[in-house]
Write a new protein. Structure first.
Length: 92
């Protein structure tokens, strides 16, 4: 994955996390702090659930390819956001 795409993916993930935290809590978003549910909630490969009432119909569509989803740099992005939020969950 090229650096410019890595940055683009990280910015979009950050935007999606911010949307969630503006409308919910980290605990709710991640279904009791599950990293798998957190990743599904940001929906970079497409949001797999019925959209929340606050979501626009154009929000949370697929943003990454299957190859990007399986790339270690993508895992790094998700891990960093999740761990940062988990470490500050009492503040969120």
């Amino acid at each position: 994955m090229k650096e410019d795409r890595f940055i683009e993916i990280a910015k979009e993930a950050h935007r999606r996390v911010d949307l969630w935290l503006d409308n919910s809590t980290f605990k709710e978003m991640s279904c009791q702090y599950s990293q798998m549910r957190f990743e599904m909630a940001i929906g970079m490969a497409g949001y797999p659930f019925e959209k929340e009432s606050w979501m626009n119909k154009e929000d949370f569509k697929r943003f990454i390819t299957d190859d990007e989803f399986e790339h270690p740099k993508y895992n790094h992005i998700v891990d960093c956001f999740f761990n940062e939020l988990l470490n500050h969950k009492e503040e969120i």
